[in-house]
Design a protein around this ligand. Sequence first.
Ligand SMILES: *Cc1c(COP(=O)(O)O)cnc(C)c1O
Length: 425
Amino acid sequence: MIGQTPDRLKTRRPRPFDLGVSARWLEAHVRPVIRRGPLSPRESALADRIKHLKKEAGSHSPSAPTILKLIPELRMRVDACFLSNPYATELFLDNLYREVIRPGKLRKLLEFYPSQNRVIADKLANGLGLATDRLFIGNGAIEIIQAILHRFTGGKILVNLPTFSPYHEFVRPDTEVVYNVLRKEDDFRLDLGEYIQTVRRERPDTIVLINPNNPDGGYIPYAKLVALLEELADVPNILVDESFIHFACEGDGFAFRSLTREIDRFPNVMVVKSMSKDFGVAGIRAGYAVMAPDRVKALLDNGYLWNSSGLAEYFFDLYSRPEFQADYERKRVHYVRHSRRFFKALTTLPGVHVYPTHANFALVELRRDDMTAEDLVCRLLVRRGIYTRACDDKKGLEPGRFIRVASRTRSENRYILRGLKEALR
Ligand SMILES: *Cc1c(COP(=O)(O)O)cnc(C)c1O
C-alpha cells in the first residue's frame, strides 16, 4: 500500500512502492466493505480534512505520501494524481537494486559530489545521440524552466491556458504574462492560425508550448509543430516542453517524435524534458533541456555546477545504455497501449466528458450539477482509496467541474474505472 515502503534492502526482488496488488485482491478485500449512498459523518470529516489540505497546497496538489502522513486514517490504494509510468519506476528500481544497492555502492553515490553538469550532459548526449554542448542538465525540469524564465525571458511571455502553472507563476516580477485561452468547445486544441495571429498582435519575447499539454493532454502533431516554429522564427524564445512526449505516439509501433532531432534548425527553440513522469522517478529530480550552445553556456556561466544528485547521475548513466533503453521501450509501449484502452473506457462513463488525450492522463469534465469535482475526488479517496486531482485551482478551467485522472497499472486502472462508475451512478 502507498506509504509503506517495502524493505528493499532485504527482499530479493524489490516490490512495487505503490500497491502491487491485483485487481482481484482489491475486489475481494475492498469491495465487500464499500458502502453506497452518502458519506457517513466519519467519511465526511475525512473529506473535509482532504479539502483543507488541498487548499493549503496552493496550485499543486499534495503528493500521496504527504496526504498519508497528514491524514494517516486514510487508506490510499491507487495514486492516480501523480502522472507517471509505474512500470518504468519498477524498471529503474530493479536496476538500482541490482547495480547499486545489492553490491553496496549506494554510499559512493551519496557520500561524494556528483559529476559536474557538463560531464552528466556528456553521458546523456551518448544516449540521445545529440551534441553535449546543446544539453543542459537540471535538478528536475522545473529548475530549467525557472532558469530560462529568469535568464532569457524579457518583458512579455505568452502562455496557453490551461497549463502547468510554473510557466506563469515563476516569471520575474518585470515580466508580463499574456494568456491564450484554449476553449473547451474545441477540446482545448491549439488553433495554429489563431495562435500565430495572437503572437503577431502581442509580440511576446517568449512563448510556451507544452506538447502534449498538461492538464488536458492536447497534442500538436509533429509536422504542424515544425511548420509553426518555421513561421515563428522571429520570436526570440520558444519553450517547447516535451515532458509527456513518450506517451504521444504518431505513426506505427507507438513511435513518438521529439523535436530535439531538429533543434539545429531552430536557434530560438529550447526543448525542456522532465524524467519524472515517463520514467516515474520524480524523487531523484532529473530533467534536461536541448538548446543552442550559446544558451547552454550562458546558463552554466551563471552556476548549476553540481545541480544533479548521485541518484540522478546514476539514472542518466543507465539511460545512456542501449540495453536499458530497450527495456524501457517495452515498458513504455505496454503502458501506452493499455492506457489508451483505459481512456477509451472512461468515455463510456455517464455524466462526464473525457477530453481527447495524447498523454498518460485524461481531463474529465463533470457535466452534472449534483456533484462538484472536489466532491468526486473526496468520495473516490475516502470510499475507494483512489487519489485523483481536482483542477479547481487551474487557471482557464471552470472551477468545480474538472478532474484529472492518471493512468496507472492495468489492474489499478480497472479499479479506478469501477470506482468512477459507482461514484457517478
Ligand atoms: C511535472 C512537469 C514538469 C516538471 O518536472 P520535474 O522534472 O519533476 O521538475 C515540467 N513540465 C510539465 C509540463 C510537467 O507536467
